[in-house]
Design a binder for this molecule. Structure first.
Ligand SMILES: Nc1ncnc2c1ncn2[C@@H]1O[C@H](COP(=O)(O)OP(=O)(O)O)[C@@H](O)[C@H]1O
Ligand SMILES: [Mg+2]
Length: 373
């Protein structure tokens, strides 16, 4: 074997050297693509492309600091606007607080007991990984009583100054307990008591609809709710994201005029900004180019209309009939007089601007071209 090995080793070495050279070459001609459109952003994935939101975070901090008030927070905004991303990013934004992110989608539960088990497990995992704190466990079975005890124990912990428990997409709670409303009512009662009596624990729920649209259940139980609205990113933030997504991104690869055009086409909608960004870089790399041009945006938009189909289509499908008519009219560029409930509906979802025009022009293209076809 000794006779043949040196020869094989040489072949391997040459092969590895070629691979390395090819990779180095590729890295030198290709632009990095740090944009993330498919998943919510997290501290370990996409932190540098998480932008803006300073005012919102300041507000949350302020509400948490006001210890004498036992208010809870509701983060409300349209789909794909960045609610989950913001909640997942809170541990690094609020260093004084133990932030627990709980997502009903990732934690499919169908009973009260499963709900508490999942909540406590997530809370313990996150406190350990972000704050190096050991949280108590549930005593015995997961029941309302043991959950109440658990919240008490959290409140008594000396190591932590404050806990913020975020429940993402809280509208889903109501679907958890089909048939029987009793459990849901008790759960809401427990959450309410937790807000009122546990000094250190605050609750943040996120959702698409404001409480008044959800009916009495939420109104009755969430007292003293502070509503926080989340919307699109402003021009400066959007352009900066597109032109300088990470510190090592080559300056000038995405010129400011290209960033501005993308901002105009998307209205600063966070998901669309990231989608355009990632498609633009893919295109440049495919064509082995190092600088974007204004003309690239229309090709990128064609692709975005396909890849963003699910999102764009849902905006239209979710709209009640009279709103759809208005959207169709606005999409053709017609002057539509929008007033009353329709206007409020559209404004809540960041779909029209102050002048009554479509906030996301590419949505107009989609409605015109894709839905009419
Ligand atoms: N602060 C932000 N800065 C830049 N992009 C963002 C930001 N927040 C969200 N995004 C982009 O928008 C997409 C949708 O965000 P997500 O948090 O899933 O929204 P929501 O929970 O409101 O549906 C993310 O995948 C990301 O690409
Ligand atoms: Mg979400």
């Amino acid at each position: 074997l000794g006779r043949f090995l040196p020869e094989a080793l040489d072949v391997w070495k040459a092969y590895a050297r070629d691979l390395l050279a090819a990779a180095t070459h590729k890295a030198s001609v290709e632009l990095p693509n740090p944009f993330r459109a498919a998943q919510p952003l997290r501290p370990d994935q996409g932190r540098s492309v998480f932008r803006g939101r300073h005012e919102l975070i300041g507000n949350i901090e302020g509400i948490l600091a006001a210890s004498e008030q036992s208010s809870s927070l509701a983060l409300l905004g349209p789909r794909r606007c960045g609610k989950t991303s913001l909640l997942q990013m809170l541990p690094v934004m609020l260093p004084d607080c133990v932030c627990v992110f709980f997502d009903l989608q990732d934690n499919p539960v169908s009973t009260v007991s499963e709900f508490f088990h999942a909540l406590v497990r997530r809370a313990r995992e996150q406190a350990r990984s972000y704050r190096k704190i050991e949280l108590p466990t549930l005593e015995g079975e997961a029941t309302f009583e043991s959950a109440t005890r658990w919240f008490e124990k959290l409140d008594e912990m000396a190591e932590a100054r404050r806990f913020l428990i975020s429940i993402d997409e809280f509208e889903r709670l109501k679907d958890l307990f089909p048939g029987d409303n009793r459990d849901l009512l008790r759960l809401m009662g427990l959450l309410r008591a937790t807000i009122q009596h546990r000094r250190k624990i605050r609750l943040l729920v996120s959702g698409v609809a404001p409480f008044e649209e959800l009916g009495r259940l939420w109104n009755d139980h969430f007292i003293n709710v502070r509503e926080l609205r989340i919307g699109h990113l402003d021009q400066q933030t959007s352009v900066d994201l597109l032109c300088h997504p990470i510190p090592e991104f080559p300056a000038g690869a995405v010129p400011e005029e290209v960033g501005k055009l993308i901002y105009q086409r998307t209205g600063g909608q966070p998901y669309l900004l990231q989608l355009y960004g990632t498609l633009l870089i893919n295109r440049l790399n495919l064509m082995e180019r190092s600088t974007a041009e204004i003309d690239d945006v229309k090709f990128v938009e064609e692709e975005a209309l396909m890849q963003g189909r699910y999102y764009l289509e849902n905006i239209y499908k979710d709209a009640p009939e009279p709103v759809r008519k208005v959207l169709e009219a606005l999409a053709t560029g017609a002057e539509a007089s929008v007033s009353g409930d329709t206007r409020r509906w559209l404004e809540r979802r960041c779909l029209i601007d102050a002048a009554g025009a479509l906030q996301i022009p590419v949505l107009g293209v989609f409605i015109n071209e894709e839905l009419r076809a």
